[in-house]
Design a protein. Structure first.
Lengths: 508, 482
């Protein structure tokens, strides 16, 4: 049984298909691990054994009736069109930002501490339709605002590699849960790096698709023009399978793109001969820790061995990406979070005399300090007299950044660099310095601003405590809608390296 | 010293779509509170707006009807403010680039033939969603929130400050009210709030720059609009004449007192922090789409009025009256289809006269008229071919109104109202009348023209109106040696 926790999704699918294990047994295995390890890691906010097992029983039923038995391990999948359900019966867990009917959806906030959505997010719906079994809801920075998962009403998440350190954020619960093998895979969302950065810090593979590929319906909005859902898993191969099940046009999201369904696994085995890797000098300057640099350089050497060539490219405006991001994201957030006013649902202050008091107290008590900081920033940059100087300027920078990438992609197929400037930092070390915290997104926000897909792949270990080396992530940014190629590039690397198979001590 | 009044109007027309502007909920009026509010309308976490293209069609129709520009690309923005009946904490509206820009409305100020022509320029018209309702009655110490109306599509139509009296403002509002119903984008029901106006009013000395304006909110009847503007103008003049400055403010009209009173001043005005809504793509309108809507648009009142004048020879007043509503115009045209264009003038008189009067008396709308256009055409044709006189025709109309028969001919037949055209019979009759009214005959011969009319009257009376008055007149004149 214990090898099942390290199995790939394809292996789990095969085991289920061959009836070596049932979905109920698999769910139980992981639920038991959650029960044992979650008190240490705090990755899960909500679990419900009965609901999970009911879903698992349904999955077993589906497999028995035949739909899942068509799955033959190793055969190429044809995306949504396939009649088989390869993921049927495989457990996963959802970041608590995705609305789930009947399960609490807190978004990591006191504001929604008792909120149960009457509907499922599109992503939840799709993964359930694929037969996946939900193990519960995962911890996160409140309203996805944070890079360390310290900003959760439900307490910080611990990094399984070193429980004194942060797992990254905002999808910190997702990353910690997969890294500790509490779930084979998890959903996450990425507004400025919230999938890739925790994936890097926890030694996982996580992909943020092109903006518009995954529906935002039912995903609680942080910054609408930047938010994008995606999977965190142990490998690129697993991510390809999951993305196939998550992606697709949704008429309820106006920014969802009408594109034919894709099999993101189709190019996994393609050789990398002739691959051109762009290396932006802006991603390799000062600010990156040496241990990260060493691991990333080593990964590039590996790629050259696989037949790829590297070329220097230039993203001249990338230095403006963090400032632009911290104008646009809070601006949108300040408006998106207005609906949490205590009127219709969510937290309402117990004492108030006037309407204004009801608003101000409910919001003052319901939101944490990082959320309030961003609402203040966003309100400020949209205010009369400041809009042009901040919001409009930031939108211009955003267009320049996208243009930089377009130009760079004339010379290369993918862009590579570090996912984060450092490995996971100790809990509490940056929580009093928001700017330092914001800078941990320095390599990831550009892809969000440009709407580009990005993936983080484990590429080695950097310095931590002597006995606790911390994972380093390599970021691969692809052209718009080039997810299949990026996953191919990541997968080929994972065929010749074993960083992605390493497990933290806590799991053993 | 005299004062000049400057008025601009902002009208919110609720659009006649099936569903709300950004959700699939119904917009029918009068449902149980919150029965027509789905997850999007309540603004649950994670929900997203999707534009209802039906609302865009309505906006394009208005743009075409007022000769405006339709923006090939317009933007939905968020107008941020907190209010309990505004579920998202922002209203989705259009700010910098509205869907309709420019255009204008030709209006008639005053009544009858003395009415003056005026053109009111439009600044813009933009799409937005309505808010819900806060209910303060029946909730002691609390406020009830009904979100049925939240997300109802509105078109806000904004004029330039082109009107200079309450009469002009009302004339504009009436014309717009008729137009939005004519093109079918709004039911015009002012009581239910489907058509409501805000008036921006200021006064100044002739030649001086614009004065500070105050905005009168939510005028939901033309009478209130007139009263509110008149009161406001007088109030502003008094203030200035007594040495006080007007401060920009939003005011409400109280129909009970007939007064306007300040709701909030500029100082506590919101900073709405408008910015483009990232949940919605820019609204793209292709020339093909506009052309298609153009082809489906009914003939507009202005064009129809012109046609009635040139093709049918109607007076501008008649043409304007007949095109006051699409139902009235359609009825008139249906009469002409049967009665023939040569009967345009009598048809116009019938529709504007007898029909309008009866409808008015019984508080009915044109489509509910008991006398159909075809029935009325039947009456007009029988007058035209001398089967009945105008006087009898009114009786026939009355009979049809009361549902006595299926058509004019059946009434005429049943009542024996066919006009006597037999010359011999009328001849004998006229002789009898002359013999019996020697006094009138003498008076006429002595030069009293009035006596002649008395004789005609007597003759018509003797036939119970069935004789052809013209024939009677001619015969009388002949016999009296006229």
């Amino acid at each position: 049984m214990s090898d099942l926790i390290n199995s790939s999704l394809r292996e789990l699918s095969a085991a289920l298909a061959a009836k070596k294990i049932s979905a109920v047994e698999l769910a139980t295995l992981f639920l038991d691990r959650v029960e044992t390890l979650n008190p240490t890691l705090n990755a899960f906010i909500t679990t419900d054994r009965e609901k999970t097992l009911a879903q698992a029983r349904a999955a077993d039923e589906t497999r028995k009736l035949g739909a899942g038995s068509l799955c033959v391990p190793g055969t190429p999948l044809r995306g949504q069109a396939t009649a088989s359900l390869p993921l049927c019966g495989i457990p996963l867990a959802h970041k608590d930002i995705f609305c789930t009917q009947g399960w609490r959806t807190s978004c990591g906030s006191k504001m929604l501490e008792n909120f149960v959505a009457p509907y499922d997010a599109n992503v939840v719906e799709k993964l359930a339709a694929a037969g996946m079994v939900s193990l519960g809801k995962l911890n996160m920075d409140e309203f996805a605002m944070g890079s360390s998962n310290e900003a959760s009403f439900f307490g910080p998440v611990k990094n399984p590699w070193d429980t004194d350190r942060v797992p990254g954020g905002s999808s910190g619960g997702s990353a910690a849960a997969v890294a500790a093998r509490l779930t084979p895979a998890a959903t996450g969302t990425d507004t400025g790096g919230s999938i890739r950065q925790p994936a890097a810090m926890c030694g996982l593979t996580g992909i943020k698709p092109t903006y518009g590929v995954v529906s935002r319906y039912g995903m609680i909005a942080f910054a609408s023009s930047l938010d994008q859902g995606g999977p965190l898993a142990k490998s690129a191969e697993d991510c390809a399978l999951l993305l196939g099940a998550m992606a697709g046009f949704d008429a309820r999201d106006s920014t969802s793109l009408e594109r034919p369904a894709e099999d993101y696994s189709r190019d996994l085995s393609r050789p990398l001969d002739g691959l051109k890797i762009g290396l932006p000098k802006e991603f390799f300057g000062p600010g990156m820790d040496d241990d990260v640099r060493v691991a990333v350089e080593a990964a590039l050497t590996e790629y050259r061995k696989l037949g790829a060539t590297t070329v220097d490219v230039c993203l001249p405006n990338s230095g403006l990406s963090v400032p632009a991001y911290y104008v646009i994201a809070p601006a949108e957030a300040s408006s998106n979070l207005s609906r949490f006013d205590g009127v219709r649902y969510g937290y309402r202050a117990p004492d108030y005399d006037t309407l204004e008091e009801m608003y101000s107290r409910s919001r003052a008590q319901g939101f944490g300090s990082e959320v309030k900081r961003r609402i203040l920033m966003g309100t400020y940059v949209l205010s009369h007299g400041y809009y042009d100087a901040y919001y409009l300027q930031a939108q211009k920078i955003r267009r320049l950044i996208a243009a930089d990438f377009s130009a760079a992609f004339e010379q290369c197929d993918v862009i590579m660099g570090p996912t984060t400037p450092s490995v996971a930092f100790p809990i509490g070390s940056k929580s009093t310095d928001p700017v330092q915290m914001y800078l941990s997104d320095i390599y990831t926000v550009s892809a969000n601003l440009a709407g580009l897909p990005g993936i983080s792949v484990p590429c080695g270990f950097g310095a931590g405590q002597p006995d606790k080396p911390m994972p380093v992530g390599l970021q691969i940014i692809g052209k718009w809608f080039d997810e299949a190629r990026m996953l191919n590039v990541a997968h080929q690397y994972q065929q010749v390296t074993d960083w992605h198979t390493r497990m933290p001590e806590v799991t053993k | 010293m005299s004062w000049e009044v400057v008025i601009g109007l902002e009208t919110h027309a609720q659009l006649r779509t099936q569903a709300k502007i950004f959700s699939g909920s119904s917009i029918a009026f009068g449902a149980e509170p919150n029965a027509q509010a789905n997850a999007v309308d309540i603004a649950l976490p994670g929900v997203l707006p999707v534009l209802n293209r039906e609302a865009v069609v309505c906006a394009i129709k208005l743009g075409l009807a007022v000769g405006a520009q339709i923006a090939p690309r317009s933007i939905f923005a968020r107008k941020n403010y907190f209010y309990p009946d505004l579920p998202k904490g922002y209203q989705i509206s259009q700010f910098e680039i509205p869907v309709v820009m420019g255009g204008g409305l030709a209006i008639k100020v005053g009544a009858g033939n003395t009415a003056a022509d005026k053109y009111v320029r439009l600044t813009r018209a933009h799409l937005e969603e309505d808010a819900g309702k806060s209910l303060h009655e029946d909730f002691h110490g609390r406020t009830g929130i009904d979100l049925n109306r939240a997300g109802t599509p509105l078109l806000e139509i904004v004029t330039e400050p082109d009107m200079c009296s309450s009469t002009e403002a009302v004339a504009y509002a009436r014309t717009l009210h008729a137009l939005v119903q004519w093109i079918g984008i709004c039911d015009g029901n002012m009581q239910e709030g489907s058509f409501r106006c805000d008036a921006n009013v200021s006064v100044r000395r002739p030649g001086e720059p614009l004065g500070t304006r105050r905005e009168i909110k939510n005028l939901n009847s033309f009478r209130f609009m007139q009263q509110a503007i008149d009161f406001e103008v007088q109030w502003q003049i008094n203030e200035i004449e007594e040495g006080r400055a007007i401060r920009q403010a939003t005011v409400l009209f109280d129909p009970e007192t007939g007064e306007t009173r300040s709701m909030r001043s500029k100082e506590d005005a919101h900073d709405y922090r408008y910015f483009p809504d990232p949940d919605l793509l820019p609204l793209e309108i292709t020339p093909d789409w506009i052309a298609q809507i153009q082809s489906e648009l009914p003939e507009l009142p202005q064009a129809m009025k012109q046609r009635f004048e040139t093709e049918l020879g109607l007076s501008p007043y008649d043409a304007a009256t007949l095109t006051a509503s699409r139902e009235m115009a359609a009825y008139f045209e249906a009469v002409l289809d049967v009665a023939g264009k040569e009967n345009a003038k009598p048809a116009a008189n019938w529709v504007m006269g007898e029909l309008a009067a009866r409808l008015n008396k019984e508080d009915k709308e044109v489509p509910a008229a008991p006398v159909s256009a075809i029935q009325l055409a039947g009456i007009i044709r029988r007058v035209a071919d001398n089967t009945i006189s105008n006087k009898i025709a009114r009786d026939v109309f009355e009979a049809l109104w009361n549902g006595e028969a299926a058509d004019a001919d059946a009434v005429i037949e049943a009542r024996g109202w066919k006009q006597i055209t037999d010359t011999g019979a009328i001849d004998a009759l006229v002789d009898e009348v002359l013999a019996a009214n020697q006094k009138s005959v003498d008076e006429y011969r002595a030069g009293k023209e009035k006596a002649f009319n008395a004789l005609v009257g007597q003759a018509m009376k003797a036939t119970r109106g069935k004789a052809n008055p013209q024939q009677v007149t001619e015969l009388l004149k002949k016999k009296l040696g006229g």
